[in-house]
Design a binder for this molecule. Structure first.
Ligand code: TK8
Length: 349
């Protein structure tokens, strides 16, 4: 009798263990069956940017944090860093490739060092306004370019807005092309920017954003170019006397995630990342536009002299950079450039 009882309890134990094993498989067979909040161990996202905590870009990062932590019931938490605390655009992008950081939001210009096609968005005078930029970036060609990041162990989840770039300097008022002559202008680390400013007659120097304020303060460079919101919120008015409405490039940001981190998430969690990056991006674009509209006046209130670029001068600038654009079409890829120009045309119909 004792032996029979032993055998029966062993069979019962094996049956119970098998039943537990099956329910695990069932969970994994229907897409993990794990909700975002029970995707296994809790995870931490380190998210860093170069601009300071007053900038709409940081407000956008806080919105991303809020959405992710709410939708995953805290299973994923987001640590936010600003002002280059984790490095500059290029070094933070490299950190994502290495898996030592999970999120950063660089401008497309430095990102072109990882995927050259992104230089298409740094073609001078490409986008006529923000609305067309949104349509093109959020549309087919913009999304196709994000896909190319995967080969660099990066996931591009959405576009945010840096904005139309305007020139500041400490030497002189810039109203026409000849006013550019010899100005030592800091550019982002992107050869197209460098060659475009050479074509305008300036003497450009590529430099990480984290070094820019000191370089302006010490006179290493005479000027720089960024949207009004960045010029004001980074207090460039303390080290620059002149601002001109060159509006020479519309600069997008790309919300990047480390692919090795992203691939380790459940399907539900990946969906939440995408939704949060898109929703936070729309929020950031709105804040950024409001900021750029009001901060030109604030720069003048802080003592900067504002100079309008004459229509003739703008035409001269467009003509001067045309050969640079032709030269870079080959490097960026004729197909990509043509697709973007076609999408811009479509967006204005
Ligand atoms: C901030 C940069 C900045 C960009 C630049 O990390 O480098 O001038 O416009 O916004 O991405």
């Amino acid at each position: 009798m004792k032996k029979l009882a032993m055998v029966l309890s062993t069979i019962l134990l094996i049956a119970m263990l098998a039943a537990c094993g099956n329910s695990g498989e069932k969970a994994s067979s229907n897409g993990g069956g794990e909700s975002a909040s029970n995707g296994g161990e809790s995870k931490v996202i380190k998210a860093g940017i170069g601009l300071n905590d007053q900038h709409p870009q940081y407000k956008g990062l806080l919105k991303f944090k809020e959405i992710v932590e709410e939708k995953t019931d805290g299973a994923i938490t987001v640590e936010t860093y600003h002002s280059g605390q984790l490095g500059d655009d290029r070094s933070m992008t490299e950190a994502l490739q290495l898996g030592t950081q999970e999120v950063t939001v660089p401008s497309t210009a430095p990102l072109a060092n990882f995927v050259p096609e992104f230089s298409v968005f740094d073609i001078p005078f490409l986008f006529p306004n923000e609305e067309v930029a949104d349509t093109v970036l959020d549309g087919e060609v913009g999304q196709e370019l994000l896909q190319k990041l995967e080969s660099q162990n990066l996931v591009g989840l959405s576009y945010w807005e840096n904005g139309f770039r305007d020139l500041t300097n400490s030497k002189r008022a810039v109203a026409t092309m000849k006013d550019f002559d010899g100005l030592k202008i800091r550019t982002m680390e992107n050869d197209l920017h460098l060659d475009a400013f050479k074509a305008l007659g300036a003497n450009p120097t590529p430099m990480a954003f984290t070094e820019l304020f000191t370089a302006l303060q010490q006179g290493t460079v005479d000027g720089q170019e960024n949207p009004y919101a960045t010029i004001y919120l980074q207090k460039f008015y303390e080290v620059q006397n002149h601002v001109s409405n060159t509006h020479h490039i519309y600069s997008p940001f790309v919300f990047l995630m480390s692919k090795s981190f992203y691939d380790g998430l459940t399907e539900d969690q990946q969906k939440i990342m995408k939704e949060a990056a898109v929703e936070a991006g729309k929020y950031e674009r709105k804040l950024n536009r409001e900021a750029n509209d009001k901060y030109l006046q604030s720069l003048q209130d802080e003592g900067m002299e504002y100079t309008e670029i004459t229509p003739e001068a703008r035409e001269e600038m467009v003509k001067a950079v045309a050969p640079v654009i032709d030269e870079y079409k080959g490097q960026i890829g004729e197909e990509t450039v043509d697709k973007v120009y076609k999408a811009i045309e479509e967006a204005q119909k």
